[in-house]
Design a protein around this ligand. Structure first.
Ligand SMILES: Cc1cc2nc3c(=O)[nH]c(=O)nc-3n(C[C@H](O)[C@H](O)[C@H](O)COP(=O)(O)OP(=O)(O)OC[C@H]3O[C@@H](n4cnc5c(N)ncnc54)[C@H](O)[C@@H]3O)c2cc1C
Ligand code: FES
Length: 265
């Protein structure tokens, strides 16, 4: 088997559907990621993509949405197959040692928040987990969220499960000392604005096209501060993001062109 750019082969222990679009892939062994860091997952002859880490210990958990060619190839892996991994990369969440924490996630964006909640489990930190999904069939891992948190609030856009509407409408922004958010960017813009308005500490995990993952190619730069999502993020302080022109508005496509975020998915 080829070994390129420091990838290591990790054996698939479990691949199971969580929703029609998202699979949980469990790999044998640890990638050594801190909560919020990401890995680059390579399928030979297909390509390589960045993925967050939902759990890291004796096993590594990935929550993978089927979007295009590489994520589809990862969905096709079965028990005993290998996924090639390099990393972990980037900066993760600031992990508090005390206080009250609100985690606000949407869709597979709950992955790094699950990792964070897991790492806080042995501490005195109180956790409220707000998770938003489009419909009932996209709700995932509710039992795990309950196990990891003091309170779980689930919403669906269409009201088919849990509370109806956007999960951001149900967040109690006064309660926590720290707010962490990951998921659709427009959701995170709302969370960051509300938190910043109330003077709360807030961090958000961003997605951009990531190619090199080590700060060389510039594919993931945020204007005008030149922050690199791959190296300076993917987790950023919310107030810093509000100083960029790109947060909630633009990303760079495969050709390096700046395009509206609405064209991303
Ligand atoms: C730090 C980080 C963490 C991520 N964590 C997860 C995760 O935990 N689970 C998960 O399912 N996905 C995650 N993603 C998104 C994932 O990397 C993309 O969905 C994936 O790269 C799509 O590749 P593809 O080959 O399947 O699709 P492609 O065939 O390459 O593209 C299909 C569409 O997906 C979009 N896309 C492609 N590449 C990216 C990219 N790098 N970032 C965002 N959008 C892209 C484009 O709009 C494109 O039109 C993360 C992205 C980043 C940057
Ligand atoms: S992906 Fe190359 S600089 Fe960030």
């Amino acid at each position: 088997m080829p070994s390129s750019q420091g990838h290591k082969p990790m054996r698939v222990l479990i691949s199971e559907p969580l929703t029609p679009r998202v699979r949980r892939i469990v790999l044998e062994g640890s990638v050594g990621a801190a909560p919020g860091q990401y890995i680059m997952a390579w399928v030979p002859k297909v390509g390589e993509i960045p993925l967050g880490v939902a759990m890291d210990g004796r096993e590594t958990w990935l929550l993978v949405a089927k979007v295009g060619k590489v994520s589809s190839a990862i969905h096709s892996l079965t028990k005993g197959d290998y996924l090639w991994v390099r990393g972990p990369y980037g900066k993760g969440f600031t992990v508090p040692s005390e206080g009250k924490v609100a985690l606000v996630g949407g869709g597979y964006g709950i992955a790094p928040l699950i990792h964070l909640a897991h790492s806080l489990r042995e501490s005195d930190v109180k956790i409220r987990f707000y998770a938003g999904f489009r419909t009932r069939e996209e709700v995932m891992l509710e039992g795990l969220l309950q196990d990891l948190s003091d309170k779980v609030i689930i919403s669906t856009d269409d009201g088919s499960y849990g509370l109806k509407g956007l999960v951001t409408d149900y967040v109690n922004y006064e309660w926590p000392n720290f707010i962490f958010t990951a998921g659709p960017e427009l959701m995170m813009v709302r969370v960051v604005n509300e938190a910043a308005r109330r003077g709360k500490e807030v961090e958000a995990s961003l997605e951009r096209l990531i190619r090199c993952a080590v700060g060389i190619c510039g594919a993931c730069a945020l204007d005008p501060l030149g922050l690199l999502v791959c190296r300076d993020g993917p987790v950023f302080n919310g107030r810093l993001l509000l100083r960029t022109k790109d947060f909630g508005k633009y990303w760079k496509d495969f050709y390096g062109r700046k395009v509206p975020l609405s064209t991303k998915r």
